[in-house]
Design a protein around this ligand. Structure first.
Ligand code: FAD
Length: 275
């Protein structure tokens, strides 16, 4: 059983962060990823840092996908960014709506990611391979799982080539979602997004915001480790490693790791999944 792998980074904020990310990339490159991806602060907050990180990764000879979020953006600004990436030979994108940063009130000219996908196709044809987001446990703003699945169908009809999911720790949630997506006519690959567990407080905060459930038995164990980071990591590798192995056995086309710019947790999980 084989699957592809991709690794996601955020654009570093400091020169030290950039040095650390280079080392992280060098380590993860050994896993032979299909691509790296670089997140984009909604509202354009990291536009230049995302661009700089993407170009640095491309210059090293790796396939790389910038994330692009359209909330708060104008068509003109998105057109400019697409042309910039195209001019630099970038062939992949992760197209997202994003979330309006607090204090920002202007929603801009796009309402949903499907409109961004449509726009990218209209502007650049088939130049970019486009990945979109999918939510096995439902996007927190969706009125129902059915409505959220329809949003994914709309993105695929608009021209998305694949979907990467929000992270989850319940394999059944993903497998049920995948079946429902196929039944709804989604034929593109659906790639599980995997979040390593290394820091419980941070994970609990992220999960609260994005609607990903930490199953009670996992939360209880993690809370019991207190500040013992080694114990948290060891338990995280065991639990998420088992999830990755099961997903690979279930025939997923790839795993996409939310690395948080650290190499070892994602690499250990990928090695477990392949073992
Ligand atoms: P959409 O697909 O537009 O969906 C947003 C909401 O609108 C959903 O509730 C959906 O059900 C609903 N909806 C969609 N279309 C319609 C319609 N026509 N009518 C009514 N309702 C509709 N965020 C960032 O800021 N930067 C990143 O780099 C980033 N990377 C991510 C990578 C991945 C793999 C994932 C899974 C998420 C990422 N996010 C990122 C988070 C993402 O931006 C948020 O989850 C955001 O709230 C939704 O983005 P979306 O592209 O899924 O939006």
């Amino acid at each position: 059983m084989t699957a592809n792998v991709s690794f996601e980074f955020f654009p570093p904020n400091t020169p030290e962060g950039a040095v650390k990310l280079r080392a992280t990339r060098a380590t993860l490159a050994a896993a032979g990823p299909e691509f790296f991806s670089v997140t984009y602060g909604a509202g354009g907050a990291t536009r230049d840092k995302t661009l700089a990180t993407v170009l640095e990764i491309a210059a090293e000879g790796h396939a790389v996908a910038p994330h692009l979020s359209c909330i708060g953006a104008t068509r003109a600004s998105m057109r400019e960014l697409l042309q910039l990436y195209r001019g630099h030979g970038i062939r992949r994108l992760v197209a997202l709506r994003g979330d309006l940063p607090s204090g920002m009130v202007n929603h801009g000219e796009f309402r949903y990611a499907s409109e961004l996908v449509e726009f990218v196709r209209a502007e650049t044809g088939d130049w970019f391979r486009i990945e979109v987001a999918a939510y096995p446990e439902m996007h927190p703003q969706a009125p129902s799982p059915r409505a959220d699945l329809e949003a994914l169908v709309r993105k695929v009809r608009a021209g998305a080539d694949a979907a990467i999911t929000q992270y989850f720790y319940n394999a059944d949630a993903f497998l049920h979602f995948r079946d429902a997506a196929v039944a709804a006519g989604v034929t593109v690959p659906i790639v599980p997004g995997i979040m390593p567990i290394t820091n419980y407080t941070q994970l609990a905060r992220f999960s609260e915001a994005c609607g990903a459930e930490i199953p009670r038995w996992i939360a209880v164990r993690l809370a019991s480790f207190g500040d013992d980071r080694d114990a948290i990591r060891a338990f995280g590798t065991e639990v998420v490693g088992a999830l990755c192995r099961r997903l690979v056995r279930e025939g997923v086309p790839a795993l996409h790791f939310y690395t948080l710019n650290q190499a070892q947790p994602s690499l250990a999980l990928w090695q477990t999944a392949c073992a």
